[in-house]
Design a protein around this ligand. Structure first.
Ligand code: PGA
Length: 249
């Protein structure tokens, strides 16, 4: 049985001191032993977030990371900078990074490999645009993103990975995918993992849905057989996140 994993993606929101206040506010609300709870926060707030979350069930994740160890990459964050302060997860290839910061399936693959090398769990994002959905190529597109993201990743590593299926048209729009739409794609992702590796890897890997998840939509989405939790943007910055994490209560 896969444990659900529900992660907040704070994006470019909250200063370090606001981060402390928000984590302290949400800490009691997100207590739920049946779920892995992750807060992915801006790099500058990671240290404070880790200090503030100490002793709680919240793990802290980064929103991005570079694929080199060190060197002349002005403005980038190396994997050992994250592990040094106790970061456990990193979001890789969010659609906003693909759109505004030129990330590609190839850079996603490099970052995924680097994260595993350093023992950081990647939350690997994929998702189609509205045009692609209307063209009927959603599953083909997602399969390609998954196949490239997992190049040279071992099955042992893949078993511990998290994939976030986030239709781009549902992100920040308030237009959540129906649970049937989300389940269809998450199931196809699991099939794709089974093809690349084997059934055991496909059964172990956790697949989240993301895109306008709310306290209202979470219970039905997370009840789908292939949806193992969510990647939550807007609603992760509010007390609502506590209701999302406790979707099963
Ligand atoms: P949203 O963002 O929940 O605000 O739609 C989700 C995401 O981008 O991860």
């Amino acid at each position: 049985m896969r444990k659900k994993i529900i992660a907040g993606n704070w994006k470019m929101n909250k200063t370090p001191s606001e981060t402390v206040a928000l984590i302290n506010e949400l800490k009691p609300l997100v207590a739920n032993d049946e779920v892995d709870v992750v807060f992915c926060v801006p790099a500058i707030s990671l240290t404070k977030a880790i200090e503030t979350a100490e002793g709680s069930n919240i793990s802290i994740g980064a929103e991005n990371m570079y694929f080199e160890e060190s060197g002349a990459y002005t403005g980038e964050i190396a994997p050992n900078m994250l592990t040094d302060i106790g970061v456990k997860y990193v979001i890789i290839g969010h659609s906003e990074r693909r759109e505004y910061f030129a990330e590609t399936d190839e850079t996603v693959n490099k970052k995924v490999l680097k994260a595993f090398e350093h023992g950081i769990t990647p939350i690997i994002c994929c998702g189609e645009s509205l045009t692609q959905r209307e063209q009927g190529i959603t599953i083909d597109w997602i399969r390609q993103q998954i196949k490239i993201a997992f190049l040279n990743v071992t099955s042992k590593q893949a078993k511990t990975a998290v994939i976030a299926y986030e239709p781009i048209w549902a992100i920040g729009t308030g237009k959540v995918a129906t649970s049937a739409q989300a389940q269809e794609v998450c199931h196809a992702i699991r099939d794709c993992i089974a093809e690349i590796y084997d059934e055991a890897t496909a059964e172990a890997i956790r697949i989240q849905y993301g895109g306008s998840v709310s306290a209202e939509s979470a219970p039905e989405l997370f009840a789908q057989p292939d949806i193992d939790g969510g990647l939550v943007g807007g609603a992760s910055l509010k007390p609502d996140f506590g209701r999302i994490v406790n979707y099963n209560k």
